[in-house]
Design a protein around this ligand. Sequence first.
Ligand SMILES: CC(C)(COP(=O)(O)OP(=O)(O)OC[C@H]1O[C@@H](n2cnc3c(N)ncnc32)[C@H](O)[C@@H]1OP(=O)(O)O)[C@@H](O)C(=O)NCCC(=O)NCCS
Length: 420
Amino acid sequence: MANQPPRMLEGYRVLDFTQFVAGPTCTRLLGEMGAEVIKLELAPAGDRVRGDGLRSLDPKYKDSSHSTYYLQHNHSKLSFAIDLKKPGAREIVMAMIPQIDVVVENFAPHVIDRLGFSYKDVKAVNPKIIMCSISMAGQTGPLSHKAGYDFIGQAYAGVTDGIGQTDGPPALTTMAIGDVSTGVNAAMAVGFALLHRERTGEGQYLDASLLDTYFHMHEKTVPIVSLRGDKFHPTRGGSIHPDGGTTGVFHYRGDQYVQITVTPHQWPQLLRAMKMPELGTDPRFKNARGRRDNRHELARVIEDWLATFATRDDAIAAMDAERVPCAPVLTVNEAVKHPHMNERKTVRWIEDPILGKVAIPGVPVKFSAWPDRIDVHASRFGEDNERVLGDVLKMSADQIRKLYADGILVRDPTLENKSV
Ligand SMILES: CC(C)(COP(=O)(O)OP(=O)(O)OC[C@H]1O[C@@H](n2cnc3c(N)ncnc32)[C@H](O)[C@@H]1OP(=O)(O)O)[C@@H](O)C(=O)NCCC(=O)NCCS
C-alpha cells in the first residue's frame, strides 16, 4: 500500500468533533479518501463507543481505549484528546482553525455552541471553512431542540411504522442504517462543498440529520400520500411486500429463507424458472393486482416450489438461470465468509496491532484509482496529541508537557512513552 498515488482529499485537514456512528462515518470516509482527520475527543474518556464492542483479551490492554466498535468507525483518523472545559483549552483549538478545511460535529443541539465552536465562531476566524453539523432533526424547525439516535429519526420519518409483521407492532432494525447513511450523506455534502470552494473560494455550513436521511429513503409513498391524503395508508409489509406477491422473504427449509424481488415485467421469468406457465393464466395471479391481492396464496405456491430443491443454492441457481432477482437470506456470519464479499473487500480483513486479524466493512463504492486500504490504524485515546499540536501549532515538547501537567491534554494510560 505504501507506493500508492495521493488520494483525492490529501492536503485537506478535518477537525472532527464526532461521536457514536453518524458523525464518525462521515469523517472516516473523508479519512479514507486521504484527508488528515484530527478527531478531537473530549476528556475524560473520548468517544463513548470506545467502551463498546469487543476489547483485546490481553491483560496489557485491559484498560485500553481500543475496541472493535471504535476501530470500525474511527480508523484513518488521529486522536487528539483535550479537556475543552478547562481554561485555555478552547484557545488552543481555536488557534488551529485557520489551518482547518472542514469541521464536523454531531453533538446534541447547542453543545457545539457552548464549546465555543459554532459556525459563526469558526467562520469568524476562517471564512473559507466548511462546517457540517449532524443532528437528529436538523438545526431549524420545531424538532431541532431534540437529541436522538438512529431509531428516533427513523420513527419521526414514518419508517419504523413500515417495519414488522402487518398484524404486529412496528419492529426495530438491528443495525444503524440511518446513522451510517447520514454519515455517508454528510461526507457527500462535504465533498461537494469542497468542490464548490475550489471553484468560488466560498465556504459554507452543512446541516445533515438522521430524520432528513430517513425521510429521503421513502422511495414511493410520499407523493401518493400527498395526493390521496388519509384515503391511503401504507401498511407494514411483514415478510411479503404489500405491493405484490412476488416480492418477499420466502421460507425454504428449517431456518433458511430466500429473498425474491420480481416486478411485473419479470413475472414471466419467474414462471419459466418455476416451470409453471399455468400460473400466468391463473385468474388469481395473471395480473399484478391479482398477485398483490392474493399474495399469501402465491407465497404458498412459491414456498412449495422452493421446497422441491435439494438445497437452497439449487433454488437460487434455477432462478439465476432466468435472471430472476433473488438471494439466500444470509446471516452476518455467512456474509462475512462469503467469497464474493471477501474478493471485493466488502468484508475487509485488517491486521490490528491490539485486536489481531479482524474484519471491518470496506468503502461502499470502489474507486478504480485506489483500492480499499487494509493498512488502516485506529489511534488510542490521545495517541496523536503530540503530533497534532506539533504539526498544526508548532508547539514545543515543553509546552505540550505543561498541557499534560495542567490536565488539559489527556491520553490512554496504556499508551507507551509519550514522544515528548
Ligand atoms: C448522540 C446524542 C443523543 C448523545 O446525547 P447526550 O449524551 O445527551 O449529549 P452530547 O453527547 O451531545 O453532549 C452532552 C454533554 O456532554 C458533553 N460531552 C459529550 N461528549 C463528551 C465526552 N466524551 N466527554 C465529556 N463530555 C462530553 C458535551 O460537551 C455536553 O456538555 P454540555 O451539555 O455541558 O454542553 C446527541 O449527541 C445527539 O443528539 N447527537 C446528534 C444526533 C446524532 O448524531 N446521534 C447519534 C447518531 S450515531
